[in-house]
Design a protein around this ligand. Structure first.
Ligand code: DMJ
Length: 657
């Protein structure tokens, strides 16, 4: 046999036992079975102890579930899961909308909400969400919310706009598409008071038509030779600049609205929309720009409902705020609206008392409309400060105040004319604006009127005209600025709002005097300053004028007071006096090519000598008051719903009595 076959290799075997039909089973049933086996192996005692423990744990769990559910309900009224999903609350940017007539101290304070705590478990770093992601998400959500809010606000505002009509004509929504600042809008809608302040009047009467004709003549000159500039120089057919902000145009906006000059208003509105830019390196006088520009924009907003004017007013108001950054908080006289640099005049660190106390109506209203309290706070600090300041004489204030020390300077000189006049006017008007609640303003006003009676009131010879003179270090001067002729109107306004009847007697006597200051001049127009004759002399008249004071700047004060006197007494003589004055303006100050000019000599009807300047207040105030004086409609800008600022711009009374 061939060699034998090699031995079979040695093989190792692993024995694997497969139990067929019985696979690896970790199923619940198997686990249950083995648990059951173990349970069975326990003694009876062990089993009972476990059962008791289990029962106890179940009861505890159920009770704590009930308690937690109650707490969640109490907190949110929403299920706990929903509560977890809520985004974090963002602190409010502005206070909630204010109620009309709310006192400043009643305004809700801005209380930033506490950041919610995170109750997630884990190491601290896990609790901090990545800032980018969070802010992005939140910003998007916020943006969406704001968009919706703005949309709603705009829709509602548009609805309101369609209610406002121009003498019956519905205002086109496209005239008023711009919104006030997003900040103001997103959190509080401006309380829109035009419907209360402004009701469409009937057609103008003959005298009112005379005013419209005068306005259109003045506007013709401004439009042709000075469009978009501050003042018309009607004789030289050019313009002059003061602030470079279209002063006459802004001052005249609400007059055009009131006179029903739709075409002119629309054209001026377009200029404001397209050309008026406050981003300008220019110094403005705080007082003059507040009463004319801020006041003009605010009242035009109220009359027209066009939020363009509110947006502009807010922008301008913010640019004026640096004026208040003085050590005493008494504002500087001037501020650069482009750079924010505020300062006193070069020769002094004083401000004028009338100037720092006659910006309150406008700033307070701006705060009410925008929800931004800083405007109101700044001006009310000034009011409070002057209220408690020593150096007054029975309520009469000196003319200057220092911006560093906050003290009156040049004490001992008292006048109702330039540099002090509108201090008295704004005491009363703020009291009216605020709904007659700020009694300290009223007290200061009433006290001052008593001070006037005691120290400044005299009678002239031979006509016994009552006039308001001046006091300088105990010496009386029989000098009265035409500016003082605001006083009869202010006194009458006070009486209309419930002040003592003897104020009305004084108002009527002073009104007569102011009329005579016009009447006794050859031109029928008042000089800038009059001197009264106090001693009986055969060849002397009651009113005398010095050569340096014979000019007339087309000022409004006499016709302003005539308006109030007529509203309060309904005595037609006041309308007639106003009509005479309008005739005189037409005869001696009208420039044929367009516009009216201030004149140098009210005592020479042959040669009144034009000064070649039409002040913005001729359109803002003088013609407006004449138009209102000639109206028999007491509801036309009623004294019960609005208060005129010192530049004749009507602002709403917050809570009429
Ligand atoms: C206007 O600017 C205001 O009426 C101000 O109060 C005084 N001066 C002029 C008008 O005369």
């Amino acid at each position: 046999m061939y060699p034998p076959p090699p031995p079979a290799p040695h093989r190792d075997f692993i024995s694997v036992t497969l139990s067929l039909g019985e696979s690896y089973d970790n199923s619940k049933s198997r686990r249950r079975r083995s648990c059951w086996r173990k349970w069975k192996q326990l003694s009876r005692l062990q089993r009972n102890v476990i059962l008791v423990l289990l029962g106890f744990l179940i009861i505890c769990g159920f009770l704590s579930y009930l308690q937690a559910a109650d707490q969640w309900k109490g907190l949110s009224g929403t299920p706990a899961e929903e509560q977890k999903m809520k985004p974090e609350v963002v602190p409010p940017v502005l206070p909630a909308p204010q109620k009309e007539g709310a006192k400043p101290e009643e305004f809700p304070a801005i209380v930033p909400q506490k950041q919610q705590r995170h109750f997630r478990r884990g190491p601290p770093h896990l609790q901090i969400r990545p800032p980018n992601t969070v802010s992005k998400e939140e910003t998007q959500d916020d943006a969406k919310e704001k968009e919706t809010a703005l949309g709603d606000a705009q829709q509602e505002e548009n609805t309101q706009r369609t209610i406002i009509s121009w003498r019956g004509a519905v205002i086109e929504p496209e005239q008023a598409t711009e919104l006030p600042s997003k900040r103001a809008e997103a959190s509080t809608k401006p309380p829109f008071l035009a419907p209360r302040m402004w009701k469409n009047p009937g057609p103008p009467n003959e005298r009112q038509k005379g005013v419209i004709e005068a306005f259109l003549h003045a506007w013709k000159g401004y439009r042709k030779f000075a469009w978009g500039h501050d003042e018309l120089k009607p004789v030289s057919k050019t313009f002059s600049e003061w602030f470079g902000l279209g002063l006459t145009l802004i001052d005249a906006l609400d007059t055009m609205w009131i006179l029903g000059l739709k075409k002119e208003f629309k054209e001026a509105r377009n200029w404001v929309s397209e050309k008026l830019d406050f981003k300008k390196n220019v110094d403005v006088n705080l007082f003059e720009s507040t009463i004319r520009i801020l006041g003009g924009l605010l009242s035009t907003y109220h009359l027209s409902g066009d939020s363009l004017f509110l947006r502009k007013a807010e922008d301008f108001g913010k640019r004026l705020m640096p004026a208040f950054t003085t050590p005493s908080k008494i504002p500087y006289s001037d501020v650069n609206i482009g750079t924010g640099f505020a300062h006193s005049p070069q020769w002094t660190s004083d401000s004028t008392v009338a100037e720092v106390t006659s910006i309150q109506l406008e700033f307070r209203e701006l705060s009410r409309l925008t929800g931004n309290k800083k405007f109101q706070e700044a001006v009310e600090k000034v009011t409070m400060h002057i209220h408690s300041l020593s150096g007054k004489k029975d309520g009469l204030v000196p003319m200057f105040i220092n911006t560093n020390s906050g003290l009156f300077t040049h004490p001992g000189v008292f006048t109702l004319g330039a540099r002090a006049d509108s201090y008295y006017e704004y005491l009363l008007k703020q009291w009216i604006q605020g709904g007659k609640k700020e009694t300290q303003l009223l007290e200061d006003y009433v006290k001052a009127i008593e001070g006037i009676k005691t120290h400044l009131l005299r009678h002239s010879q031979p006509g016994m005209l009552t006039f308001v003179g001046e006091l300088a270090h105990g010496r009386f001067s029989a000098k009265m600025d035409h500016l003082v002729c605001f006083l009869p109107g202010t006194l009458a306004l006070g009486v209309h709002h419930g002040l003592p009847a003897d104020h009305m007697n004084l108002a009527q006597s002073l009104m007569e005097t102011c009329y005579q200051m016009n009447r006794q001049m050859e031109t029928g127009l008042s000089p800038e300053i009059a001197h009264f004759n106090m001693y009986p002399r055969a060849d002397h008249k009651d009113v005398e004028v010095k050569p340096a004071d014979r000019h007339n700047l087309l000022r409004p004060e006499t016709v302003e007071s005539l308006f109030y006197l007529y509203r309060v007494t309904r005595d037609r003589k006041y309308q007639d006096w106003g009509w005479e004055i309008l005739q005189s303006f037409n005869k001696y100050t009208r420039v044929p090519s367009g516009g009216y000019s201030s004149i140098n000599n009210v005592q020479n009807s042959q040669k009144p000598d034009p000064r070649d300047k039409m002040e913005s207040f001729f359109l803002g105030e003088t013609l407006k008051y004449l138009y209102l004086l000639f109206s028999d409609d007491m509801e036309l800008l009623s004294l019960d719903t609005c208060v005129f600022n010192t530049e004749a711009h009507p602002l709403p009374i917050w809570a009429p009595a």
